[in-house]
Design a protein around this ligand. Structure first.
Ligand SMILES: [Zn+2]
Length: 416
């Protein structure tokens, strides 16, 4: 039986944006610069914010006193200003149709704890998310009300106006979330600030903050697994579009006469490069498989049928990325998800399509890279999002913040 959500606590959710509100605009612009560009010398900060060196020095000292930044000496000569995490505790949760997983990051103790719910009888709707957050807090020895923030990633697009899952996705993939104003409901149930976003958006934010897209000014991320999702980070901010549906690259149409997609269109990228479409392509061949991981393992062991299907999926993905590149002119494109684990088998197809579509003529400096954070990207993106809301940041990820089991990364030599 699912755990029931208890009555909302009497105390209203605590406003957690105090740091951002209290700081001057100039101080916040320095924090934002450090979040976007990593550690900087005071001279560089003055140049890039157009503040006077004296003003920068005064603000950096104040930020140091409040514990937001620290000074790091490089080779005993150059002093760099970098962000440090507050001694807060943040929970990040990822909700999908088959599993809910989450992690609690306790900065005071330099400790991360992960939990997962995969029992089908316990999954569905907000109740298990509330249970998971409470259990994570209990294991970390923190009261839920003392959490600095909670991020919830949903494997579906989120409508900005309603705060719920866009209707067709809820109906097809997560029916027990239909018409649920997610952040409000979870915030009231837990008594803390809850931020909700699409899982691929948060994956993009993590890869931009700490991974393949680090410090790029226009970063495009696509993750191909059971479904295909992506995110776009421009000038350090996720671009969500008017209703939150921006960059649904999985539903870019590649073949108007192709298979029908669950979104109601035909020939979407999701119908030719998702796990399901790859398995369908192998049905009736002499090498049918039950999962994308099996396909990749067989291809890497020399199965030419599986290798061909993966190459073709990469080529279709490359066509979609080529079209996106001509519109958005990204500086970096990162490809993640299970499909990327096929490494060169898939990236070869992507590169072929990029050359066929003559992308370098439109965007000569674009770099194609494998994503770096593996299956940990979404949870880390939630963490980055909450830290951003709190006006905090972290220039580098210390080892304790990573889940080593989720860092399964492709072996690939990308040349573009
Ligand atoms: Zn579609």
């Amino acid at each position: 039986m699912p755990t029931q959500i208890p009555a909302p606590p009497t105390a209203a959710p605590t406003a957690r944006r105090a740091n951002r509100a209290r700081r001057s605009l100039n101080a916040q612009s320095i924090v934002d610069l450090l979040r976007a560009s990593g550690p900087q010398s005071q001279a560089a900060i003055a140049r890039r914010t157009e503040l006077s060196p004296a003003a920068v020095n005064k603000i950096v000292q104040a930020l140091k006193d409040e514990g937001t930044v620290q000074i790091q000496w490089i080779n005993g000569r150059e002093a760099l200003v970098e962000l440090v995490p507050k001694h807060g505790t943040i929970v990040s949760v990822n909700v999908g149709p088959q599993a809910i997983n989450g992690a609690i990051f306790a900065f005071g103790a330099n400790r991360r704890i992960d939990l997962e719910i995969t029992d089908p009888a316990r999954i569905g709707g907000p109740d298990p998310v509330v249970t998971l957050v409470r259990e994570l807090a209990a294991q970390a020895g923190v009261a839920v009300g003392d959490l600095a923030g909670v991020s919830v990633a949903i494997q579906a697009p989120i409508d900005r106006a309603s705060g719920g899952i866009i209707a067709p996705w809820a109906a097809m993939r997560l029916p027990r979330w239909k018409d649920v104003p997610i952040a409000t409901m979870l915030g009231e149930a837990l008594g803390v600030q809850v931020a909700v976003d699409n899982d691929a958006n948060l994956g993009a934010l993590a890869e931009w903050t700490w991974g393949a897209g680090r410090r790029s000014d226009c970063f495009l991320y696509v993750a191909c697994s059971v479904g295909i999702g992506g995110g776009l980070v421009v000038d350090g901010k996720l671009h969500r579009g008017g209703n939150g549906m921006a960059f649904e690259i999985g539903h870019v149409v590649l073949d108007a006469n192709g298979p029908v997609c669950f979104c109601g269109s035909r020939g979407c990228l999701s119908t030719v490069a998702s796990e399901r479409s790859i398995l369908l392509a192998l049905q009736g061949s002499e090498s049918p498989k039950n999962s994308l991981a099996e396909v990749i393992a067989a291809a890497q062991a020399g199965d030419p049928i599986c290798a061909r299907v993966l190459y073709e999926a990469g080529r279709q993905l490359g066509r979609a990325l080529a079209n996106m590149t001509k519109i958005l002119a990204p500086s970096v494109i990162a490809v993640g998800g299970t499909l990327a684990l096929a490494g060169d088998l898939v990236f070869g197809g992507i590169q072929t399509a990029i050359e066929e579509n003559n992308v370098p003529a439109f965007s000569s400096s674009v770099q194609l890279r494998p994503a770096q954070l593996g299956r940990d990207a979404t949870l880390l993106g939630g963490l980055s999002s909450v830290m951003g809301d709190l006006g905090q940041g972290l220039s580098d990820l210390p080892p304790w913040m990573l889940d080593a089991h989720r860092l399964d990364l492709p072996s690939v030599a990308v040349a573009l």
